[in-house]
Write a protein that binds this ligand. Structure first.
Ligand code: FAD
Length: 321
């Protein structure tokens, strides 16, 4: 029953994103003792191959072309297709990121394969591979298995434990030649709106602000707490709509879906659309003036109080740790 599984490595600023290592762990389960083949696509990405092996890939394939320097669905689909043609895998897994959400349906449609998107767990049960995925905006979970054909899946960041990094692991690295034809989209420049700080979708700690933060300056205490905890700042749509922060920080049904170890919601009421993006966080702390706020229904710890008093106090206390 063993299978060969391709895991797509995702890069950002020349580094592999953590979700790659989580996808390798998922790939190991899907492979059922078969081979996990890491794939890195880009311009000059050879140096990243070893890292995939340390995290569990048995072999790594590199597809390099200057047209692949930035992600385009067109370019990556061609590159991945060259790997698929060569390896004839039984499964493909990648992160449920902006890239994975764009690329995976395209690949699934091309290969006429089923796609399990946004998996939060992958397990083997009686020889079948079962994927757990949230449905109805995270209010329920379903378990699905692909009974026949190619297994194609995306995994939600921060949910699947990566394998322990083992620098004694070795594996071969090969280049795959893919002739990338002219792309329909050419990325000329990347302008990042939230330039500095920890990547929100992979952050282990998120300090999120809502309309209760009251202004752009009101986010400053949240940023200070995030810095002390090595976390990222997020926001509700209420805060984004009020122009207190950029929409790239929005968490929720129409924003980013996050699963940090710690989510501190400051001045957020807990609307269902916000909960859809964060209710699976491992520990939720809510700070709100209103003891009846809905956010307290999903919080593990609730602090009824003014965030402008509570957040600086937390920052000072965490500084002492
Ligand atoms: P509010 O609901 O106004 O809550 C502010 C909270 O701050 C209140 O609970 C108040 O008690 C508290 N507060 C005020 N001052 C303080 C203080 N000094 N200290 C402590 N607490 C204080 N929302 C999202 O977040 N993400 C989404 O992706 C999203 N998608 C949507 C999609 C659709 C189709 C629709 C219709 C809505 C969507 N929304 C989304 C909007 C959502 O319904 C809510 O309007 C929004 O989440 C409210 O944001 P908020 O909690 O910051 O603001």
């Amino acid at each position: 029953m063993s299978k060969n599984i391709i895991v797509l490595g995702e890069t950002r600023d020349g580094q592999l994103r953590n979700v790659t290592f989580e996808a390798i762990a998922a790939g190991k389960t899907m492979a059922q003792g078969g081979e996990v083949i890491g794939v890195v696509i880009g311009d000059s990405v050879q140096s990243l191959a070893q890292e995939l092996i340390y995290y569990g890939a048995d072999r790594v394939l590199i597809v390099e072309d200057e047209k692949l320097a930035h992600y385009t669905s067109d370019g990556y689909a061609q590159a991945l297709q060259a790997v698929i043609d060569q390896e004839q895998p039984e499964g493909i897994v990648m992160g449920h990121t902006a890239l994975g959400k764009d690329l995976s349906p395209k690949i699934a449609a091309k290969l006429d394969a089923g796609l399990v998107s946004d998996a939060t767990a992958v397990e083997e049960e009686n020889g079948d591979i079962h994927f757990t995925r949230p449905v109805y905006s995270g209010k329920a979970f379903e378990k699905v298995a692909i009974q026949e054909g190619l297994l194609l899946a995306t995994v939600r960041p921060n949910n699947i434990e990566p394998l322990q990094k083992d620098e004694s692991r070795s594996g071969e690295v090969f280049s795959v030649s893919a002739s990338i034809s002219d792309l329909r989209t050419i990325i000329q420049d990347v302008v990042r709106k939230s330039a500095e700080g920890v990547d929100l979708s992979e952050a282990k700690v998120i300090i999120a602000g809502g309309r209760g933060v009251k202004s752009a300056e009101g986010f400053q205490p949240l940023k200070e707490l995030a810095d002390v905890l090595g976390g990222a700042v997020g926001a509700s749509r209420g805060a984004c709509d009020a122009d207190y922060c950029d929409y790239s920080l929005q968490i929720g049904q129409t924003g980013k879906v996050v699963t940090p170890d710690l989510y501190i919601a400051c001045g957020i009421s807990g609307a269902i659309q916000h909960l859809a993006g964060m209710s699976n966080s491992k520990v939720i702390v809510a700070i709100n003036k209103d003891p009846e706020a809905d956010i307290f229904n999903v919080a593990d710890y609730g602090i009824v109080g003014d965030l402008f008093d509570v957040v600086p106090m937390l920052t000072e206390e965490f500084k002492k740790v």
